[in-house]
Structures are given as C-alpha cells and as structure tokens.
Design a protein around this ligand. Structure first.
Ligand code: SF4
Length: 295
C-alpha cells in the first residue's frame, strides 16, 4: 500500500476536518513567532512536484471525488504565483471534482501577489484560506515577532477581497500579556471591522517549553494574562465587533467553548461569557490550561 508523504507536524484548522490533506510544504518560512511551537524541529521544506504527483495518484485511487483539498504546512501560500498555478492545475488533473483549495497563509505571503494574480488563483479554486493574524494591535504584533503590522493586515486582506478569495482569521487571546488584553481587543476589533473575514477563530495562548515565549516567561520578561482577563478580553473584542461573520471558539485552548454568528448571536455570546466569568474560578480555568498537552 502506498502512503502519502507527510513530514514533521501536520496541523489543520478544525473546520478543515473533512478536507483532503495534501503536503506541498512542511514547516513555516517565518518560524519566528515567539509563542509558536507548532513546527518546532521541522525545517521549511518544499515538496518536489514528483512527490506531490505521487500523492495525488494515491488520493485519486481512494478519494477521487474529493471536493476540497487543504494544502499542509505553516504557510503554503508563500509559494510563488506560478508554483501555485501549477499546483492548482495538477490538483484539477487528478481530482476533477475538486471545487476549492485551502491552506494557511501569512500576511506577507499575500504581499508578493498582484490582484490579477490573486484573481487567477481564485478562478483555479484557491479559496477560504486561513490566516493566523492573532492580533491587530501593533505593539503585540511587534513583541511577538509576527513580522507585519495592523496596516499590512488591512492592505493585504483588501486585495484578497478584491480577488474574491474568502479568508479566515485567528485571534489569540492573552497574547498581549497581563493587563494588556483590553487594548489588544479594542485595536484588533478596529482592524477586523475594516475587513470581511469569513470566520474568526479563537485560540487562547497556551505556552509550550519549545517556544521562545516560554523562555521569556522564565526570565520574567513576559507575564501571562490570567484566565479571567482573557475572557474579559474576548468579551470586549466581541462587543466591539460590528461586521457580519462567524465566530468559532471551539479549539482545545478555549476554556469556555462557543460558536456564534455576528451580529445575531452577540448578546447570547456576551451573556455566556459573563456567566462563565461569574461562575468559574480562576484556579479551575488555569488547571484546565495547564492540562493541555498540544494544540
Ligand atoms: S504562528 Fe504561523 S507564521 Fe508564526 S511561526 Fe507559527 S506557523 Fe509560522
């Protein structure tokens, strides 16, 4: 039996659970975000076309009607326009029912592509890409080495909108550290309110020993926000949000899981958060955080 090629950690968002995974890269080209240990120990690698084609043949043999393909790796959208074009054509050659192709992208990966190029990629099925924005607060972005600013997020995502490519954001509560959640929430909501993310996915900072942030915490350079602070941050963010979008807070890192649509479910979500803040103690929430083994 032929197996698909996968190198190092393979990570996909929960909403891609039904997508066919295809490795085109491994690791992340940036690999410098202080809080991140997702691709620890995996050097960025580009899959050779022959290897991708071999995998597509395997997929064709058991999943020939796959409708969505999710390209794995930290940021496959970093690939050049021409490379993505070739990949899109190759996927269509083997999986003719494939309607769309998703993947993770960094804001800087969009920068290198023109609107015309993005439109062509959209025609080939590249859609609903996932961007780990994490925050729209410049101070937090800089401290965490994200490698872009709030303005970059707005500028690049407007290009995606012009090309009709849908995108999903990630908001990471607690990332700004102790006493800074409110500022992070307000500034991030201001940025996201200028855009139209298809979904916003919530993750809460969970620090693992492999990350640079873990060392910063040991040295006393970063103080983590309490669990209640994070819930208050989330509350502020949701209350300030005034766009139409879907909120997904159902990962293992969410101490209080939730799903809802904005604006319709805003009041319900805020009430749920208020109840949790009132009824669940800080120690219980922190115990849960400390029990998380991986994201
Ligand atoms: S958060 Fe994303 S961009 Fe940053 S190092 Fe991790 S995988 Fe790469």
């Amino acid at each position: 039996m032929k197996l698909l090629h996968f190198t190092g950690q393979v990570w996909r968002p929960p909403y891609e659970a039904n997508s066919q995974l295809l490795q085109v890269t491994a690791g992340c080209t940036h690999n410098k975000c202080k809080f991140c240990s997702l691709y620890y120990g995996t050097k960025f690698r580009l899959s050779p076309i022959t290897e991708i084609e071999e995998d597509l043949k395997v997929i064709q043999s058991y999943q020939s009607k796959a409708r969505r393909v999710f390209l794995t790796g930290g940021n496959p959208f970093v690939l050049s326009y021409n490379r993505l074009l070739d990949l899109g054509l190759l996927i269509r050659k083997y999986l003719r029912y494939c309607e769309s192709i998703g993947m993770f992208a960094r804001i800087s990966d969009i920068k290198s592509k023109t609107i015309e190029e993005l439109k062509n990629l959209r025609h080939l099925g590249f859609d609903s890409i996932s961007i780990g924005t994490e925050s729209g607060d410049d101070e937090t972005l800089a401290v965490m080495n994200k490698g872009y600013t709030a303005n970059d997020i707005v500028e690049q995502c407007k290009k995606l909108e012009e090309a009709n490519i849908r995108y999903n954001f990630v908001y990471l509560t607690g990332l700004a550290g102790k006493d800074k959640g409110e500022q992070n929430a307000i500034n991030t909501a201001n940025v996201f309110n200028q855009l139209h993310p298809f979904t916003i996915n919530f993750v809460s900072l969970t620090v693992f020993p492999e990350s640079d942030l873990y060392i910063e915490i040991q040295r006393g350079n970063f103080i983590e926000a309490t669990e209640h602070e994070r819930l208050l941050e989330l509350r502020t963010f949701i209350s300030k949000l005034c766009i139409e979008t879907t909120l997904l807070g159902n990962t293992v890192s969410n101490t209080v899981p939730f799903i809802g649509m904005i604006p319709n479910d805003k009041t319900r979500l805020l009430n749920e958060l208020d109840l949790a803040i009132k009824n669940i103690g800080e120690e219980e929430l922190r115990r849960y955080r400390d029990s998380i083994k991986s994201l």
